[in-house]
Design a protein around this ligand. Structure first.
Ligand code: SAM
Ligand code: 2KA
Ligand code: SF4
Ligand code: MG
Length: 215
């Protein structure tokens, strides 16, 4: 199978439990909750996306003919050294493209594999770190994993406190609230802090790369 990748880069994981960790980011093109075109944003299920995932024209992006070629490219971004190889598959929605062959090829290169997914498609069972970020108005089928990272508050109909309470019953090891990055960032940050103060099962996840000037 061929893979459409928007961009690939080496950085620090900015979000979640593994924030601060050296990681190769593999950003797949395309998403099932938004076309990625600005003119479609207001009618999309997911309307607050901070990412350009359209096409394969980013740095390190392209169409890869097979899993081996893509895994080899990821390893080149990691560089030398066998220790601590860590890759984050994101997008777009990575589970539209991730398959057995890619997981096997990345594992064969010694990568620990993490995923950032919206949870509407079951996560591949051999992924080592599953982060799910639910979107209001979508059907989250992947209700277990290592971290649930809820963007808060979500614009439009959003999630209710009842939804937050229901998510506390899902099978995640870590529950994280991530402030919505938008024009109202300061108010969103306060809303996120308020939620965590009221519900101590949750912890705050900051998009630290945006404060650090990293990708
Ligand atoms: C761009 S998404 C790609 C992966 C997948 N489609 C998903 O939504 O989880 C990566 C992460 O960024 C988060 N995110 C996207 N836009 C955001 C925003 N405006 N503010 C805060 N987090 C955002 C998503 O919820 C997700 O956790
Ligand atoms: N540094 C950095 N950390 C991230 N964690 C999740 C990201 C994503 O877009 O999925 C992301 C990203 O785009 N950059
Ligand atoms: S589901 Fe993820 S990639 Fe898709 S539009 Fe929403 S935040 Fe962006
Ligand atoms: Mg991002």
């Amino acid at each position: 199978m061929t893979y459409a990748v928007k961009e690939m880069f080496l950085t620090l994981q900015g979000e979640g439990v593994h924030s601060g960790r050296r990681a190769v980011f593999m950003r797949f093109a395309g998403c099932n909750l938004w076309t990625g075109r600005e003119e479609d944003r207001r009618k999309a299920v997911c309307q607050f996306c901070d990412t350009d995932f359209v096409g394969t024209d980013g740095q390190g992006g392209g169409k890869f003919a097979d899993a081996q070629a893509l895994a080899d490219a990821a390893l080149a971004f990691w560089g030398t050294g066998e220790e601590g190889r860590y890759i984050v598959m994101t997008g777009g929605e990575p589970m539209l493209q991730v398959d057995d062959a890619l997981i096997d090829a990345l594992h064969a290169h010694g990568f620990i594999i993490a995923i950032e997914s919206n949870g509407t498609i079951p996560a591949h069972p051999c992924i080592d770190w599953v982060c799910i970020s639910p979107k209001a108005g979508s059907d989250v089928v992947q209700r277990s994993g290592n971290e649930l990272k809820l963007v808060w508050p979500q614009p439009g109909r959003g999630h209710s406190i009842g939804d937050v309470e229901a998510m506390e019953g899902w099978a995640f090891d870590n529950l994280l609230i991530q402030p919505l990055d938008s024009a109202d960032a300061a108010a969103n940050m306060q809303a996120a802090i308020d939620l965590v103060m009221a519900r101590p099962k949750w912890r705050l996840s900051l998009q630290s790369h945006k404060y650090l000037g990293l990708r």
